[in-house]
Structures are given as structure tokens and as C-alpha cells.
Design a protein around this ligand. Structure first.
Ligand SMILES: Cc1cc2nc3c(=O)[nH]c(=O)nc-3n(C[C@H](O)[C@H](O)[C@H](O)COP(=O)(O)OP(=O)(O)OC[C@H]3O[C@@H](n4cnc5c(N)ncnc54)[C@H](O)[C@@H]3O)c2cc1C
Length: 614
């Protein structure tokens, strides 16, 4: 089965995405227009991305003086992506966009992630421009977002600092009104209130390169209070557009550099096709009007920067989940091919092994099959979850008031899972892909080790695993008196109800009901003492259990869809899907009991482990 057939099934059969075309925003679309986008992206990914996946890994970005050198393949892939129109796929027609549903856009982007995730930094550019469309002024949209959608300029998100990663409240980059330069007063600048920024930003993806003529940095910084001190906490954080090269009010390059200097490149384990940078803002390397300080334009209101940035981060988190899923599936496809051709060992028969018999293909060994089914269940399940969330985004924007509100709340709850579950379990899938290759998998002659290295990032960036778990158990399940969890349970109940019509799924429906009950009890028990230290001590096991329960629901829902359309399982791919559902219920879902036990008992073994005992 190919990635395309899986995406077609999930998008059209399972999520019924063509029904979106009856909505006003999407009336110009049909199944044919959706297919045309998928065809184009699949082709570009095959022709421009897949062939250079290894090239961008071995020719990692390097500095030559002030310049970043990248392989030519990265330029070609970047140009092809921009010319596909995908940078503005979801935007209005009048902005040059396609008004594509987000679920279709997400599915189309999956092809690039599967072919070469390392070069796929275009998502940062569209996410950056989408944020400006939501929070920028008309001029900021016209000058910055428009150029990004056209692929002329690219975008970054600059949150992290060397001393502030997970804890953004400790940012120290400062922004002060630019009182002494420019022809117009700082608060009358057509591009937005003008500030000077000083500080260091760490880990900035695509922070410097020459793929585009300009780079639009979206930077979080603090505006000092009247006493000159930075406001503590996240309340003091504001958001600024800081272009690498300065621009006029009409968006033309002035020819002058902004005071943003590349201090160095980080040399990464994987995902090497994208530069990762330490940027110094305002240190005086490129003074503007004779002064140190990077010129930045305020986006939105002072002190509301993090809320604006979250606009970009929620989309980014679904994209991380899909990227992790795609790497999981890339490893699955590679190890499936290998297992079908590699000969090794003989079958166990009643009379023992007969060495005179020819060797069998390793796919015939039960344990190799176990590793393949596991990868398939993790990878396709994670893809389904990501597309389900993307469909919720469409519902939030174009559904009726009730549907939109439910979608908003479900997204709040599911986003940490959509980011973290694929990051953890599709990484495990990559490890199994290496295992299937045996010693060859541990070499660089086969692609699977790179998939694992590339995927290892996903549990770290965009809010690390532990932080996502705290968000889930500490905030999301409690929001609006737990209404998100109730909504999720109702959707799972509806699936259980559907599954009752299929004898093959009866035991799964019962198991899902029991799992939901267990999650509910553990959530209540974790918070029963109202002590956050106890409640959150086992937040990651909680997220694992909740993630596995959500995936069990997704697989049951998929199995229902399959059996409703193909009751006798004529199609081999449908036998695979129902088989995956069975695998998930027999091998994976039972794990949640161990995870939830420590949550429900507020076990403090790890939290209170003595420092000196390590
Ligand atoms: C390749 C790469 C690309 C990146 N791209 C960008 C980018 O484009 N823009 C950007 O702004 N940032 C980017 N980042 C930064 C990334 O978001 C941070 O690395 C991440 O937020 C973690 O911060 P940190 O590295 O400082 O780790 P720390 O915050 O020091 O955390 C270290 C460990 O401690 C745990 N931990 C920390 N605090 C807590 C807590 N309160 N409770 C429980 N556990 C905790 C974390 O889970 C983590 O495992 C990128 C990082 C990498 C590696």
C-alpha cells in the first residue's frame, strides 16, 4: 500500500472531506481539485525532495564567512515548493491562495515530509505569514505576508534563547522604542510601532540562508517597564517583525542590513537540510542609522506576543505530528521492502528446522511481522490523528457555531497528543525499522538510521514531551470544567456504538469503553488532593495512556469505516486496516493500565527520588 492510497482513504473515505465543498468557503473545490493538489505535491516530493534526502544529510549547512552554504538540491526543492502554490494554499483567492481546506493542505504537505523532512522548512514561512494575516496590520500583511506567500521571502519563529527554552517567561531579549532614527516618529511608522531589539536567540530554524532575498523573523521580546526593568513572566512578552534586510513602507528592499547577525550554526543529529542558528539581535555588527539595535515592528498589542505566537505554534504542532508520522511511515515502507527480499532462516516445523530447505524471506518470521504491524499501526494511526485534527481546524473555521465551538475545544485537548504521540511512537517505529534491517540498519548504507535521527527532534522542539504532558494534564483536561474530555468521550462512545454492528469489532468496543473509564478515573484521582505536585508527577505516563486511548478510538473508527464499505474485506488494504485495529487492541491498549496506575495513585517514586541517590 502506498502513502497516496492511505491518504486517499483517510481523507475521502474516513473523513469525507469532499463534503466540505458544500461550504461557502470551499464551493470552488471538488474532489478533482483536491486530487490535483495531491498529485502535484506527490510529484514534486518524488522528483525534487526524495532524491536529495541523503544529500542534505551529508552536506550539512556550513558557514563561509558570513554566508551559509547549502547544497544546490535545497534551492531546487525550495523553488519547486514555492511554485506549487502551497505556501498560500489555505489563504483567500484574493491573496493568491487556493482557499484549500486545512485538512487537504495538511495531507498534501505530508508527501514532502515523507520524502525529505529536512528540507521542508517552508512550513515555517507559511505559518509565519498566516500569523501575520491573523494579527498583523494591513500594511504588515501587504509588505511581509504577501512576499512570504510568493516564496520571495521566508519566515522564522524566534522564541528560544540560550537560557530560556521551555521557560519562555525568562526571555531577556529587550525591545525599546526607536526614538532616534528614521524619518518618521517610532509610533507612526507605517510598518508598525518601531522598536530596537537586543538579545540572543538560540536554535532558530532557517535563521540564515540565501534561499530567499529576505528573512522575516518573528521575534518574542520584552518591552521594559517605566523603571527600565523587564516584566516578569509571560505577560511582558511582545511580538516583533524583524526583517533580516530592511524594507521600505512599500516592501522594497532598501539595500541596508538590519542588525541581526548569524553567530553560529548548530550541528544537529538529524534534520540537517534546515539550518539551525544562533542569532544575535542588536549587537552592533550591522548598525542601522549608525546605531546598534535590530529594528523591529510590533505585531498586535504590547504584552500579548505569546498569544499571537500560539497562533503559529498550534498549527506547527499538528505539522510536527504529521512530520513524525511521515518519518514513521518512511521507515515502515523501507523495512517492508527489505523484509520482503531479505532471506534468512527457516521455518519452525514440527520436526525442527531442515537446513537443506531454502531460506525464507524474513517477513515470514512472526517477530518481523510483529515489528511491521507495529510500525504500520503507529504510522498510519498517527497520520489519521493528525488529519482528524486538521479537519477540526476546518470545522472551527467553517462549521456552524456549535460544531465550531466543539472543534475548538477538542483541538485544545488533542493538540498536545497530536504533537507528542507521533513523536514518541513513530520514533519507536523507526527503531523497529532499523531492527528489521539487522546490522545493515545500523549503517549509513540504508536510509532507516537517518529517519530515526531526523525523528528524534520531534519530542524536543515545539514544546518538549514533558511540557506537552503538563499542558495536557495540568490545563487541557481541566479546561471549561473538563468539557473537552467529555466531548472526546462522547465521540468515542459514538464510535463504540457503530462498532457494535460488526461482530469482529465487538471486543474492541468494550475495551475502548473500559479504557475511557480508566482515563476518567485516573484524571479525577490525580487531582483529588488538588495538589499540582502530586497530580502532575506522572504527567508523561498520563499522556501516554491518553494518547493510546485516543489512538485506539481512531483505529476502531477506521475499522468501522472499512467494514461499512467493504463488509467481506475484499480489498487487501482493508484487511490490513482491520488487522491494525486488532493489533492495537491486543498489544497496545492494555499498556495503559500500567501508565494509569501511577497517575491514579499519585505515585511519587520518581518525583521524590533523592538527588544524592542518582
Ligand atoms: C533542531 C531544533 C530546532 C529548533 N527550532 C526552533 C525555532 O525555530 N525557534 C525556536 O524558538 N526554538 C527552536 N528550537 C528550540 C526548542 O523549542 C527548544 O529546544 C525546546 O523548547 C526545549 O528548550 P531547551 O532546549 O532550552 O531545553 P530545556 O528547556 O532546558 O529543557 C531540557 C529538558 O528538561 C525538561 N524540562 C524543562 N522544563 C521543564 C518543566 N517545567 N517541567 C518538566 N520538564 C521540564 C524538558 O522537557 C527537556 O526535556 C529548536 C530546537 C532544536 C533542537
Amino acid at each position: 500500500m502506498t502513502l497516496r492510497s492511505t491518504i486517499d482513504f483517510l481523507l475521502y473515505d474516513w473523513l469525507a472531506s469532499t463534503t466540505l465543498t458544500t461550504r461557502e468557503r470551499f464551493t470552488d473545490h471538488t474532489r478533482e481539485t483536491f486530487d490535483a493538489v495531491l498529485d502535484t505535491c506527490e510529484r514534486i516530493a518524488r522528483e525534487k525532495y526524495a532524491p536529495c534526502n541523503r544529500i542534505v544529510d551529508v552536506q550539512e549547512p556550513r558557514m563561509e564567512g558570513d554566508r551559509v552554504v547549502l547544497p544546490e538540491a535545497t534551492y531546487a526543492a525550495n523553488r519547486a515548493y514555492a511554485s506549487s502554490g502551497m505556501l498560500s494554499a489555505a489563504q483567500d483567492f484574493e491573496w493568491g491562495g487556493m482557499q484549500l481546506p486545512y485538512s487537504v493542505e495538511t495531507a498534501a504537505n505530508a508527501f514532502f515530509a515523507c520524502a525529505s523532512i529536512g528540507i521542508n522548512s517552508a512550513l515555517l514561512t507559511s505559518g509565519n505569514a498566516n500569523l501575520l494575516m491573523a494579527h498583523g496590520t494591513e500594511q504588515q500583511k501587504q509588505v511581509f505576508a504577501k512576499k512570504e506567500y510568493a516564496g520571495l521571502w521566508s519566515g522564522t519563529m524566534c522564541l528560544s534563547e540560550p537560557q530560556a527554552g521551555s521557560s519562555l517567561s525568562d526571555l531577556t531579549t529587550r525591545a525599546v522604542p526607536d526614538l532616534d532614527s528614521g524619518l518618521v516618529s517610532w509610533d507612526q511608522d507605517p510598518l508598525g510601532p518601531r522598536y530596537r531589539l537586543r538579545g540572543n536567540k538560540m536554535w532558530i530554524s532557517s535563521g540564515d540562508h540565501e534561499l530567499t532575498e529576505n528573512i522575516v523573523h518573528l521575534v518574542l521580546a520584552k518591552i521594559p517597564g517605566p523603571d527600565g526593568k523587564l516584566v516578569a513572566g509571560t505577560r511582558g512578552i511582545s511580538l516583533f517583525i524583524v526583517p533580516k534586510r530592511l524594507v521600505s513602507a512599500q516592501g522594497e528592499l532598501t539595500g541596508e542590513r538590519n542588525d541581526v547577525a548569524l553567530a553560529g550554526l548548530n550541528h544537529k543529529l538529524g534534520w540537517r537540510g534546515t539550518t539551525n542558528t544562533l542569532l544575535n539581535f542588536g549587537e552592533g555588527k550591522y548598525p542601522v542609522d549608525g546605531q546598534a539595535g535590530a529594528v523591529g515592528y510590533l505585531v498586535g498589542q504590547p504584552g500579548k506576543g505569546l498569544a499571537c505566537m500560539f497562533h503559529m505554534m498550534n498549527e506547527a504542532r499538528i505539522a510536527i505530528g504529521i512530520g513524525a508520522a511521515m518519518l514513521g511511515l518512511a521507515g515502515y515502507y523501507a523495512s517492508l521492502d527489505y523484509a520482503r527480499t531479505r532471506l534468512q532462516g527457516r521455518p519452525h516445523t514440527g520436526s525442527g528446522k531442515d537446513a537443506t530447505q531454502p531460506q525464507i524471506r524474513i517477513i515470514e518470521h512472526a517477530d518481523v511481522k510483529r515489528m511491521l504491524v507495529t510500525q504500520k499501526a503507529y504510522g498510519e494511526g498517527a497520520l489519521a490523528l493528525a488529519l482528524y485534527c486538521a479537519r477540526l481546524v476546518d470545522e472551527q473555521h467553517t462549521g456552524d457555531a456549535t460544531a465550531a465551538d466543539e472543534a475548538r475545544l477538542l483541538l485544545e485537548l488533542l493538540t498536545p497528543i497530536a504533537k507528542s504521540w507521533p513523536s514518541e511512537w513513530c520514533l519507536e517505529a523507526n527503531s523497529l525499522a532499523i531492527q528489521i534491517h539487522g546490522g545493515y540498519g545500523y549503517t549509513r548504507d540504508f536510509p532507516v538510521e537517518q529517519y530515526w535521527r531526523d525523528n528524534r527532534l520531534n519530542m524536543i522542539h515545539e514544546g518538549s514531551h514533558g511540557i506537552q504532558a503538563l499542558d495536557l494534564l495540568g490545563r487541557k483536561v481541566l479546561m471549561e470544567q473538563g468539557r473537552g474530555l467529555t466531548l472526546l468521550a462522547a465521540r468515542a462512545q459514538a464510535t463504540m456504538h457503530r462498532s457494535a454492528a460488526h461482530p469482529a469489532l465487538a471486543e474492541h468496543g468494550t475495551a475502548l469503553g473500559a479504557a475511557l473509564h480508566q482515563v476518567g478515573l485516573a484524571t479525577a484521582s490525580a487531582w483529588s488532593t488538588a495538589n499540582p505536585q502530586q497530580a502532575l508527577a506522572n504527567a508523561v505516563p498520563y499522556m501516554q495512556a491518553m494518547g493510546h486511548t485516543v489512538l485506539a478510538w481512531i483505529w476502531l473508527d477506521i475499522a468501522c469505516c472499512v467494514l461499512e464499505n467493504d463488509p467481506t474485506l475484499e480489498q487487501p488494504q482493508n484487511r490490513g486496516r482491520v488487522g491494525c485495529a486488532q493489533y492495537f487492541y491486543r498489544y497496545e491498549l492494555p499498556k495503559i493500565s500500567a501508565w494509569l496506575n501511577v497517575v491514579a495513585s499519585r505515585d511519587m517514586t520518581c518525583a521524590e527520588f533523592p538527588d544524592e541517590g542518582f
